[in-house]
Design a protein around this ligand. Structure first.
Ligand SMILES: [Zn+2]
Ligand SMILES: [Zn+2]
Length: 314
């Protein structure tokens, strides 16, 4: 008997870890930049981070394919002629982890034998091929091609979206971030980093742009955007210049209709109710308000376009 057979989720979890690690490594290099060093030179110096990312993406893609194959049976992953399997009654047990598993072309063909081809993005095959070739050059020491962080970030996003669907990238980044043990211990450095999590979206927007980012979210992020009261509450902080809060807008009407009274924030994933009422501030054309505070005699409403607060007596 073959023992210690892995399951689909084990492969999937490791694959996601690889892809998120590739993303975080790139983010961390950009995040430590100061204004004096040109970014291009920093990335020339850090090419190894981008090459390692290719290796991690390749491992992630193979892991995600293996995870799908496992849903049929992990035995399909074994790279050994069936006639050599030591599974007859007189054989000792063998652990799956000690057996070689398929890769490359065999893996690809087995993967497509196990999934509904219509559910896999048509670009996946060329995407995998592009990464496989680049990865092989790198691990064989002939990868001298210059890589850019933008190119790799898009490869990471596509890897998620092609195999796991829209929203899967950001869900994975958020779940990795919020499972940091520091949150359990109220580690102030980590809690403060709520702002940093928010900045990860800003970062992607800055370097790859909304048009590209839009392909990876089910919400239309090119629609009219609003402030999210939950992101502001979580990430606001008092600085020498007064109260600072995330002022870019990642909340959208859901559905995106003129009379819609529901909103979703793609950064924190919160869905919340709003009212449609014109903002009182001059020059603000906003008509979406959120109930911030409600006590016995007053209600505080805030405009999600300009963050103007209005107190109403009840
Ligand atoms: Zn939010
Ligand atoms: Zn306003």
């Amino acid at each position: 008997m073959i023992k210690d057979i892995p399951n689909s989720d084990e492969y999937k979890d490791v694959a996601i870890e690889c892809l998120i690690q590739a993303y975080n490594n790139i983010y961390n290099v950009d995040n430590t930049l100061n204004n004096e060093t040109p970014r291009e030179e920093i990335w020339e110096y850090n090419q190894i981070v981008l090459r390692t990312a290719i290796v991690l993406i390749h491992q992630g893609l193979e892991g995600l394919m293996k995870s799908e194959i496992c849903k049929k049976t992990p035995l399909l992953l074994i790279d050994r002629k069936r006639s050599d399997w030591k599974t007859l009654p007189d054989s000792a047990d063998e652990s799956f982890s000690e057996m070689n598993t398929i890769g490359g072309d065999d893996l690809l063909r087995t993967f497509f034998a196990c999934v509904n081809t219509k559910k896999i993005d048509t670009n996946f095959l060329s995407h995998y091929e592009e990464i496989r070739i680049k990865r092989n050059k790198i691990v064989h020491g002939i990868g001298t091609e210059k890589l850019t962080p933008e190119y790799i970030l898009i490869l990471i996003l596509n890897s998620f979206t092609y195999l796991l669907g829209k929203d899967s990238f950001w869900d994975a980044v958020s779940s990795k971030f919020y499972s940091h043990p520091g949150f359990k211990y109220e580690d102030s450095d980590i809690e403060w980093e709520d702002m940093i999590h928010y900045n990860r979206m800003e970062y992607l927007n800055l370097f790859i742009g909304k048009k590209e980012l839009k392909k990876h979210f089910s919400t239309d992020i090119t629609a009219r955007e609003y402030l999210c009261p939950f992101c502001i509450e979580k990430a606001e902080m008092i600085t020498e210049d007064g109260l600072k809060y995330p002022d870019s807008k990642w909340a959208f009407l859901n559905p995106n209709k003129p009379d819609s009274t529901n909103m979703s924030c793609i950064v924190c994933g919160t869905d919340f109710g709003i009212i449609r009422e014109d903002c009182e501030k001059t020059n603000c054309k906003g008509n979406v308000k959120y109930l911030l505070e409600d006590d016995d005699t007053t209600e505080t409403w805030v405009c999600l376009t300009c963050w103007n607060e209005e107190i109403k007596n009840t």
